[in-house]
Structures are given as C-alpha cells and as structure tokens.
Design a protein around this ligand. Structure first.
Ligand code: C5P
Length: 406
C-alpha cells in the first residue's frame, strides 16, 4: 500500500511513456498522490492533458513558465515528495542526472531534490549497453539513486530485441512498494550503529611489494550504503579499493588486517557488524624495511608467513560489548553451504552470507551475486541479484533480527 505517499513522476521522452499512464493509475489505486513533470521530449509521446487527467493535478512542463514558478517553484516541487520516480528514464535524462545538468524543469528538480530518487531506464538495447550509459547508471547508483533494471524482450523498433524495455507498470509499482517497505524508506535501522568491513587487505612483503586479493569491495560498500539509507550511522572500514566511498557513511581506510582489526575495535560499540572484507589470512612475518634484492644465487627468497587476526571471530566471540547481530561472509569455491554452516559456529556469527566465487561465476569484481544466507534457523537461498539488491535484502534480514533481539 502506498497510502499518503507523495510521488513526483518525471516522464522522459521515449515510446514507453505511454505505459506511465497506466502506472499513474496503479499508483493512485494504492493510495499514492502523484504529481507529474513531463519533459519536452516526453510531451511528444503523451500529452499533458492525458497525464493531468490521471494525476488529477496540473502537469508541470517547463522551468521557464513564470506563472508556474510563482505558484509553486521547482525547488518546492522537487522537495514535496517522498519519492521522485523517473519513468521512462531515457539515456539522455540519465546522462544529465549523472552529470548534474539542470537545463529544464525535470533535470533541475532532479538536481534540487532532497527526496530519494528511483529511475526506470527504457531505451534501445544498444543504448542501454553502451559504455556511456553503463557508466551513467553506475554513477547514479553511487549517488544513491535506485536504478530499476530494464526488462528484456522485443523493442518498439522493428526486429530489435534485448534488454532495455520499461518494466510493466505493476512491476514498477512493486519496486516502489518494496522501496517504501524496505531499506529505502522504512528507516529500518534508524538510530542503530553499524560497522562494515569491505575490500581486500594488503600485506606488505617489503616497501614495494605486497600480498593482496581480488576483492573489489563492491558488496561491502553496497551494504554500508544500504544500511545508511536505512537510517543507520555507519562506519565502513575499507581496505584499498578502486570504487568511491558510499554516500552518508564514515569511511576509515586501512591496508593491513591488523589495521583493520584496530579500526573495527575503535568503531565499537555497535548494534551490527558486517564483516564483508576479504581479509588476508596470512601476512609476511619477515617484512623488511628495504627492498628484497636478487642475490645472484638463483635461489628465490623464502617468505615466512604469520597468521593474521581473524576480525570476524574476534567480534563474534566478544563477551562484553558484542554487537547484537554479527554477519560474516564465506567466499567459497566448493561445498558453499556446508562450509558456510561450519563457519557460522567457528566464528560465533549470527549470519553467514555464503557465496560461490569460482571464476566462472563472475562474482569477484562483478556486480551480481548469488548467495545463501545461513543462520542457526537454517539456510535461505537467494536468487541471483545485483550486489545492491543483496545489500538491501540483507539490511532487511538484519533489521528483523535486531527487532527480535532483546
Ligand atoms: O575463514 P574465512 O576467511 O573464509 O571467513 C570469511 C569471513 O571471515 C568473512 O566475513 C571475513 O570478512 C572474515 N574474516 C575476518 N578476518 C580474517 C579472516 C576472515 O574478519 N582474518
């Protein structure tokens, strides 16, 4: 139900715009109030009259309509909403949003809004898969915009097939409902403190060489971002990664496992700890302060390894001051579920998110993940989801456990 939710619908210029007429009806049926902004291109596909008839309010079309500015003003228009929904989001509109352009009413409102924003891209499959659009979609996600994946199927252009269709109105309504029910709007973790570790650790061999691993930090960062969107105060302790800091999160940057443990301990107390970093199990015990040189003997140097502290275990097994919910990850290449279960007990975690990271899955460094969430109650097998979706679901699971905790 969307009772009393105020939705500002930005209608871009694409053939799929006709579907938003039905979308408005469906949103209103569920109790939402809908105001609409029609871009100039959008108005080539649906008329202000049709949109206005369905929203039962005046449709806003141009920033430079002075009467309109006097009556409401684009800043107010953009802020008097619980959600700004962009459908269809054309490649052009996404590019404007990603770059902060503001040269018409729609893009100005999108830049001025303080409300959460959800975009439903719809375009030709080649435009959707173009690196520029991919980049823009990633930028928007990083900016905290919820990007709904387009559907696949036949396009309006004859003979074209692929990913790029606007999802059906009811699917968009479901995404909006999930948003309000879930991490996006429900402030599920309001007032909670959450610590997340993410990325690899880097263990020096000498001043120029190190041991590291292939973790991109995407899943951990997505969890930190989702927890922040859900109202938590989040400290993200991150190893070296090539992705930007998530918005609304305190980021502590570390390199080694020992630094990561110290930063996590420093960030305590917390209600929740999500240890998603790929912490190196071993460090080089004999780290030297000068670069190791070939000695001409033809014999390579031998590196002595020492075990690193296990951060998850340290937190999971804390007596006093243990976070109420401790979540670990299990990146496995075989026996994913069984190994996850064993890890739950060994590390003192409440939840283990186990995933298959064999090279053929593309999980390492990729944007999607297939996980099994293991707790003392059993295992939940989630479908293949984007790492952002995994993060949002995990936030809901954590919030539910916190709700049930004493
Ligand atoms: O034992 P394994 O490395 O497979 O366990 C993975 C889980 O333990 C992850 O949640 C990881 O972040 C955490 N871990 C840790 N410190 C370590 C090793 C693993 O926090 N030294």
């Amino acid at each position: 139900m969307l009772a009393s939710k105020r939705i500002l619908l930005v209608i871009g210029g694409g053939i799929a715009a006709y579907k938003v007429l039905d979308l408005i009806r469906r949103l209103k049926e569920r109790g939402a109030s809908v105001r609409a902004i029609l871009t100039r291109a959008g108005a080539e596909f649906v008329t202000p009259l049709a949109v206005g008839a369905l929203t039962e309010t005046r449709v806003h079309t141009d920033l430079f309509d002075l009467t309109e500015e006097q009556e409401i003003g684009h800043i107010r228009l953009s802020r008097e909403a619980d959600l700004v929904l962009v459908a269809p989001a054309t490649a052009d509109l996404m590019a404007k949003m990603a770059n902060g352009l503001a040269n018409d009413l729609a893009s100005t409102c999108l830049l001025a809004t303080t409300a959460p924003v959800m975009v439903c891209p719809a375009m030709n499959p080649r435009m959707w898969s173009h690196p520029a659009t991919r980049r823009n979609a990633e930028t928007l996600k990083r900016d905290g915009v919820v990007v709904i994946e387009p559907a696949s199927g036949r396009m309006a252009e004859r003979g074209e097939e692929g990913v790029g269709r606007l999802p059906e109105p009811l699917e968009i309504v479901a995404a909006v409902e999930r948003f309000f029910a879930g991490a996006g709007g429900g402030a599920l973790l309001a007032g909670r403190r959450v610590i997340v570790t993410s990325g690899p650790t880097l263990e020096p061999i000498d001043p120029v060489r190190y041991i590291a691993n292939r973790s991109s930090g995407r899943q951990g960062h997505a969890i930190a971002a989702a927890a922040a969107r859900a109202g938590a105060s989040v400290t993200l302790v991150s190893g070296p990664v090539a992705i930007p800091d998530p918005p609304g999160v305190t980021v502590v940057k570390v390199e080694t496992a020992r630094q990561m443990l110290a930063a996590v301990e420093q960030a305590l107390p917390a209600d929740v700890a999500v240890m998603a970093a790929a912490v190196a199990d071993w460090r080089v015990a004999t780290e030297t302060s000068s670069k190791i040189k070939k000695d001409g003997s033809g014999r390579p140097p031998v590196l002595d390894l020492a075990e690193n502290p296990d951060i998850l275990k340290a937190i999971g097994q804390l007596g006093f001051g243990r976070p109420a919910v401790v979540v670990g990850f299990a990146a496995e290449t075989d026996d994913v579920e069984a190994n996850g279960r064993a890890k739950l007990a060994r590390k003192g975690a409440d939840l283990i998110v186990a995933n298959d990271v064999s090279p053929e899955t593309g999980v390492m460094g990729g944007t999607r993940n297939t996980v099994h969430v293991i707790s003392a109650d059993g295992a939940e097998h989630w479908p293949t989801l984007t790492k952002d979706e995994v993060a949002e679901r995990l936030v809901r699971v954590i919030a539910a456990r916190l709700g049930a905790a004493p």
